[in-house]
Design a protein around this ligand. Structure first.
Ligand SMILES: *[C@@H]1O[C@H](CO)[C@@H](O)[C@H](O)[C@H]1NC(C)=O
Ligand SMILES: *[C@@H]1O[C@H](CO)[C@@H](O)[C@H](O)[C@H]1NC(C)=O
Ligand SMILES: *[C@@H]1O[C@H](CO)[C@@H](O)[C@H](O)[C@H]1NC(C)=O
Ligand SMILES: *[C@@H]1O[C@H](CO)[C@@H](O)[C@H](O)[C@H]1NC(C)=O
Ligand SMILES: *[C@@H]1O[C@H](CO)[C@@H](O)[C@H](O)[C@H]1NC(C)=O
Ligand SMILES: *[C@@H]1O[C@H](CO)[C@@H](O)[C@H](O)[C@H]1NC(C)=O
Length: 351
């Protein structure tokens, strides 16, 4: 405890000297799936009509694999005719490592799942929920074309300051899970190719999340307008070069250090459930009955229900503790952090 507090204090000093983040982790290529846990249970969290497979079943049923382009595919079963009252097979994975406040995450997707009943998300959560907070970076349902973003927290966190973001479509501002039936503080991405068929035909895009003490921000870039800073395999990123984020929850309305703990990254694809299947969202873009007509219906409805991910990269502030092992007792500072710590320790000794 004392040791990690000390490291973080140093890190804040270091962060002032550098607005850059450096790569601490890359999920890509043949090893993409190595450092995630597969949920291996039916959806007992959001009441979706899916079984989330184990790593072994996901591989053998070809619902999670690396394709010929070297990209990670995560998909819903589109070959089985499911019978009442069964569930359709799908994927939910969470990163074994957790990433602290002071990290930046880049997710480059060529395709994301869509179609009636389909509910995908790329998001993050702390093991203690809601105390540790949840960040929904990318979420969409059914045949929508605009993704949305949101936070879910303990009471006391809200979205109060909209001056630093480009979206003017603000659905709700109280992030507490006890407000509005856990709607969260939701911001819609105004770009009409941020989800669904238009997202796929644009070749997807890149989502960047900055998880900083000053606030949580999300940027979205459609494939044709990815900035230079995110081209290739950048080892460092300065968010000042990314322009205005589409969404920002600033610390004046939500004290990030109070409402958030280190986050595990998550991809999942549910069907129907609390959100895609709710009558208010389902009938905006679909007809019929979500489970009976779509989950149990023609499996070809799920031909478009897949993620194709080029990479997920995590960047940290030099000198800061950024990665926490799934077993909470194993803390790791990045290499530069250790060096800074050693230098600082020798300074302390010297003084
Ligand atoms: C969901 O299922 C898993 C695996 O059986 C279990 O560990 C977890 O407690 C369940 N969660 C809820 C909310 O029921
Ligand atoms: C919004 O946040 C920015 C940056 O933290 C700050 O400069 C500005 O004063 C805030 N505006 C309001 C209305 O709180
Ligand atoms: C947010 O508001 C927009 C505009 O009213 C609406 O089209 C959209 O469905 C809402 N999204 C959510 C998630 O509530
Ligand atoms: C990207 O760079 C990191 C180190 O900065 C390296 O580990 C990784 O293999 C590189 N990825 C690709 C696709 O070249
Ligand atoms: C299932 O979806 C994939 C794309 O994920 C597609 O290539 C395939 O043709 C679809 N249909 C069947 C029957 O596998
Ligand atoms: C996590 O802990 C394991 C076991 O102690 C260790 O082998 C591994 O290197 C650690 N990973 C990180 C990222 O710290």
């Amino acid at each position: 405890m004392v040791r990690s507090t000390f490291v973080c204090t140093l890190a804040l000093l270091c962060a002032v000297a550098s607005a850059q983040y450096s790569m601490v982790k890359e999920f890509a290529g043949q090893t993409f799936f190595d450092d995630w846990n597969f949920y291996d249970n039916f959806d007992n969290l959001t009441n979706g009509n899916v079984n989330y497979l184990s790593a072994k079943d996901a591989a053998s049923q070809q619902l999670a694999y690396i394709n010929s382009r070297g990209n990670a595919i995560m998909k819903v079963d589109n070959t089985t005719t499911v019978k009442f009252p069964d569930r359709r097979n799908s994927i939910r994975i969470n990163s074994k490592e957790r990433y602290t406040i002071g990290t930046l995450w880049v997710a480059d997707m060529l395709h994301a799942p869509f179609g009636c009943s389909v509910w995908p998300a790329f998001w993050s959560s702390a093991p203690t929920w809601p105390q540790g907070g949840e960040i929904d970076v990318f979420e969409g349902v059914n045949q929508e074309t605009r993704a949305h973003m949101g936070l879910h927290t303990a009471p006391g966190c809200s979205h109060t300051n909209t001056t630093l973001q480009s979206s003017t479509v603000i659905n709700s501002t109280d992030c507490s899970i006890y407000a509005n039936s856990n709607e969260g503080c939701i911001i819609t991405n105004p770009t009409t190719n941020s989800y669904g068929a238009p997202f796929a035909s644009a070749g997807g895009g890149v989502f960047v999340t900055e998880f900083a003490p000053t606030g949580i921000s999300v940027w979205f870039f459609t494939r044709s307008s990815i900035p230079d800073a995110l081209q290739g395999n950048a080892s460092t990123i300065d968010p000042a070069t990314l322009g205005t984020p589409v969404a920002t929850w600033t610390a004046d309305g939500c004290d990030v250090t109070e409402f958030f703990e280190p986050q595990s990254l998550i991809f999942d694809i549910s069907l129907c459930g609390d959100y895609a299947g709710s009558s208010t969202s389902f009938y905006q873009t679909c007809t019929g009955i979500c489970y009976q007509d779509w989950v149990l219906g023609d499996p070809s409805n799920f031909d478009t229900a897949y993620f194709e991910v080029q990479h997920v990269r995590v960047y940290g502030q030099p000198g800061e503790l950024t990665v926490i092992n799934s077993s909470a007792s194993h803390l790791r500072a990045n290499a530069l952090g250790l060096l800074v710590t050693l230098v600082a320790l020798s300074l302390v000794t010297f003084l």
